[in-house]
Every structure is written in structure tokens, then in C-alpha cells.
Design a protein around this ligand. Structure first.
Ligand code: ATP
Ligand code: MG
Length: 437
């Protein structure tokens, strides 16, 4: 599998139409899944349901409602929303033209949710407006472990609250969601990027101290130096990381550049998190890859994921709603990568059927199956004329109970029920069957 298959038969007489079709069929190239994308197969899908069901359960407790926005949007939404100095917009978007419009497959969902919030007048609702989403995102990145070109995110956005209680609540909810999935030993990192005003001063200081090192920085860092110097701190290149460790540069990075108001916001957030028992570390290098954040940013990381170790990223984005044409609205949110979550979870066993009917009379099996399905039981029976013993074998693999409907049982209007875990078997009336299942 995975390889392209070609089959050639050159001895077939080409004039015979029937043979020609056969020839064409054999010549057909097998089409494979696109690099960086993957199928979610039936044996994996229950794991996804587990993530989604827990999202609905936990987020509902906090008053969130699900929103589903389109998978493609106007390209301009991401250029303005995510920011045109970001890798996502510069290098990673799947963009196409249709009827003279430039459209893009969503690389993330915050911009789409904000567009919908504005377009549907949600600012008229009493704040906070709490929304969550799940679904596929598309980024043209180099595929590797933990990094696909089509991947899935589950995420939340809260609109209308300036106070750091909102930041604390979304972080707490992320932690509680992860706990509900059974993931307890993850690390929460937080930082404050300040506001555009105090950040400006920091950017200048950072640029000044990095200037002598400019030629030693990687190409990406050199490109970002003017446009978005804060992003340099996020660089994963070892040589750049070593440069940032230099004492004079560390002094700037570790300095408390944020203004009094931003510092108060950050300190309140930490107090709330302490009170709520959320463990965290302050990481001054945490800047996040998207342009729209201000003040709080955070990530949740795992030590079991290799180099793509972030499961969750988020922060506050108080100017995004206004930048996209809405009213001034503070907002905070996060997104988690569902593939990365899945890779941290133990594989789940497929749910079994309640019963598998073993019978040599398909008509009777069909009737019993439908009767039980109507009452909500998951039932299957043999549709392929298998022998009795083969049917029993299949039942033991796929169901909790074998419902044996032999000639004697049919005559007596009864069913023999075999518990496939204990091998216990008894014959009961059809009515009593339900109490066993
Ligand atoms: P990373 O630093 O891993 O590139 P990011 O900062 O680009 O992450 P966000 O845009 O904040 O990520 O997305 C939130 C989460 O979505 C990430 O923490 C990660 O779990 C997941 N994610 C992002 N990009 C990918 C991808 N290409 N493939 C799989 N998961 C991804
Ligand atoms: Mg990324």
C-alpha cells in the first residue's frame, strides 16, 4: 500500500470492446491520499468522538455554544485577521480563485468566528458571548510527526470581557477539558505581550540589542527583524536560540517591559490561576505565531510529543474584532490540535454490538434484528450465508451477546442468549431478551 500501482497487459486484442474496458481498468492508476492529509478510519473514529463529546460536555458547563463556519473564506479575512507578517499568511495558505474572488481554505478558525460574530450582530448579545468550534484546518507546512497539511482543531472564543477573569476561565477550561480526556501531566506556559503601546518600546530595545547579531540570525529571523521582531523569540533554529541566550539579550528579554495596566492584568491572571489551582510557568519567550494577540498568551505542552509539543495555543486579542470591521470588543480564546491530542491518548477499543443474531433463517433473524433495533439496541446478523459456527465466531468478535435463533427456538418463539464474555447461555422469551441486553 502507499505505492502507485500500475498494471500492464499488452497481449489483449485492442479491437474487442469488452477487452478494451478490461485493459483500461487494469491501466488505472490508484489514487492516493494527498501528502500531509490522512483518512480517519472507522477503527480510529471513536477516539475522535471521544474528543468531540467531551468538548461538548465540558464547554457546555461553561456556557459555550458551538458555531460552525465555512471551511473557506475570503483570503482578505486571513490577511487582515491572522496578519500579513505571519508564516500562515505568507507561506501556508491554500488559496484559489473563483469568479474573480480570492478564496482560502481556513488555516485557523478565529478569524472566521470573528467574521461571523460581526456579520451576525452578536455584539448586541449581552456579553460574554462564548463560542466553540471543531473542524479541519489547512496549512501548507512540511508534513512531519504532529504536523499535517489538513489537521483538526477544537477551539473556543470568548467575546466582551476585558477583565483577566476571562483569561483565567478559558485557561482553566482548557485544563479541565484535557483532564476530562485523561491528560493530567501537561505544562501550562503563560506570558504577557503587553499592549501595542508598551510593546513598541520593547520591540525597539530588542531590535537594538539584536542588531550586532543580525548576520548570524537565520533567514526567517532576518526577514522578521523589521516586520515582527517579537517573533524572533519563537525561532526554533538552534543557532538563533543560542544567540538569544547571550546575557545582554537575555537582559532585554527578561525585562519587565509591560506598562502598569498590562502588568496589573497579568498579575491578576496569575492570582486567579493560583487560586484555581492551575499550575503554570511564565515563559518570556512565548510570543505565539499569530499577529492578533495582546496581553495574555499561553500554550499547553506535553513532553510526550517530540518537537511538535504544543497541544494548545491561545491568548487575548482585543483589537481583532475592530480590525475586521466590528465594534471595539475584547476577546480571548484558544485552539487545540486534535491529532496531537489523539496521539497522547491510549487507543480506544471499538464499541461492540449489543447482539449478533446467529441463525440459519435470515428472514427470522431480520425480523428479530429490526424488533430490537427499534428499541435502541445495536444488532447485526449474517447477510452472507455463513455456516452456523462461522456466525458464532463472528458474534464473539463483534458483539456482547450471541442471540441464537435455531429451528427449536423459532418454533418455541424463544431465543438462546449467550454471554460472549462468560459463555453463559440461557433460553428466554423474546420479551425477556431486552432485560438481558
Ligand atoms: P506550532 O508551534 O506547533 O506550529 P502554532 O502556533 O502554529 O503551533 P496554532 O495556530 O496556535 O499553532 O494552533 C493551535 C494548535 O493547533 C497547536 O498547538 C497544535 O496543536 C495544532 N496545530 C497547528 N498546526 C498544526 C499542523 N500543521 N498539524 C497538526 N496540528 C497543528
Ligand atoms: Mg505553526
Amino acid at each position: 500500500m502507499g505505492k502507485k500501482l500500475y498494471k500492464l497487459r499488452i497481449y489483449i486484442h485492442p479491437i474487442d470492446n469488452c477487452y478494451l474496458n478490461y485493459y483500461n481498468l487494469l491501466m488505472t492508476k490508484i489514487i492516493n491520499v494527498i501528502k500531509g492529509t490522512h483518512d480517519i478510519l472507522p477503527q480510529e473514529v471513536e477516539q475522535w468522538h471521544f474528543l468531540e463529546e467531551n468538548a461538548l460536555k465540558i464547554f457546555s458547563r461553561y456556557g459555550y455554544k458551538e458555531i460552525r463556519t465555512p471551511i473557506f473564506e475570503a483570503t482578505e479575512l486571513f490577511a487582515r485577521g491572522v496578519g500579513d507578517t505571519t508564516d500562515i499568511v505568507n507561506k501556508e495558505m491554500y488559496t484559489f480563485e473563483k469568479s474573480d474572488r480570492s478564496l482560502t481554505l481556513r488555516p485557523e478558525n478565529t478569524a472566521g468566528v470573528v467574521r461571523s460574530y460581526i456579520e451576525n450582530g452578536m455584539s448586541r448579545l449581552s456579553p460574554p458571548v462564548k463560542l466553540w468550534y471543531k473542524g479541519p484546518m489547512f496549512r501548507y507546512e512540511r508534513p512531519q510527526k504532529g504536523r499535517q497539511r489538513q489537521f483538526h482543531q477544537v477551539g473556543v472564543e470568548m467575546f466582551g470581557v476585558k477583565d483577566p477573569t476571562a483569561d483565567a476561565e478559558v485557561i482553566l477550561m482548557a485544563v479541565n477539558y484535557l483532564k476530562a480526556l485523561g491528560l493530567n501531566d501537561l505544562e501550562v506556559e503563560i506570558n504577557s505581550l503587553g499592549c501595542p503601546k508598551c510593546r513598541e518600546e520593547f520591540k525597539n530595545k530588542l531590535k537594538a540589542v539584536l542588531k550586532p547579531e543580525f548576520n548570524n540570525l537565520c533567514e526567517d529571523c532576518q526577514n522578521r527583524y523589521e516586520k515582527n521582531p517579537l517573533r524572533l523569540l519563537d525561532c526554533k533554529v538552534e543557532n538563533c536560540k543560542a544567540i538569544f541566550e547571550k546575557p545582554e539579550i537575555q537582559k532585554v528579554i527578561q525585562s519587565d517591559f509591560i506598562c502598569e495596566e498590562c502588568a496589573e492584568h497579568f498579575s491578576k491572571l496569575k492570582t486567579y490561576l493560583d487560586k484555581l489551582g492551575v499550575k503554570y510557568a511564565v515563559n518570556k519567550l512565548l510570543v505565539r505565531g499569530l499577529d492578533y494577540y495582546n496581553r495574555t498568551v499561553f500554550e499547553i505542552k506535553s513532553n510526550n510529543l517530540g518537537s511538535q509539543n504544543a497541544v494548545c495555543g491561545g491568548g487575548r486579542y482585543d483589537s481583532l474584532v475592530r480590525n475586521l470591521g466590528g465594534e471595539d470588543t475584547p476577546a480571548v480564546g484558544w485552539a487545540m490540535g486534535m491529532e496531537r491530542l489523539n496521539s497522547l491518548l491510549p487507543t480506544r477499543e471499538s464499541k461492540k454490538l449489543d447482539g449478533y443474531i446467529v441463525s440459519t433463517s435470515p428472514a427470522d433473524a431480520f425480523e428479530l434484528a429490526e424488533e430490537l433495533r427499534k428499541d435502541g439496541y445495536a444488532i447485526e446478523f449474517d447477510l452472507t450465508n455463513k455456516k452456523f459456527t462461522k456466525q458464532l465466531e463472528k458474534a464473539s468478535k463483534v458483539a456482547n451477546y450471541a442471540l441464537i435463533l435455531g429451528e427449536d427456538e423459532i418454533k418455541a418463539g424463544k431465543v438462546s442468549v449467550k454471554n460472549l464474555a462468560t459463555s453463559e447461555q440461557k433460553t428466554v422469551s423474546r420479551q425477556d431478551l431486552r432485560s438481558i441486553l
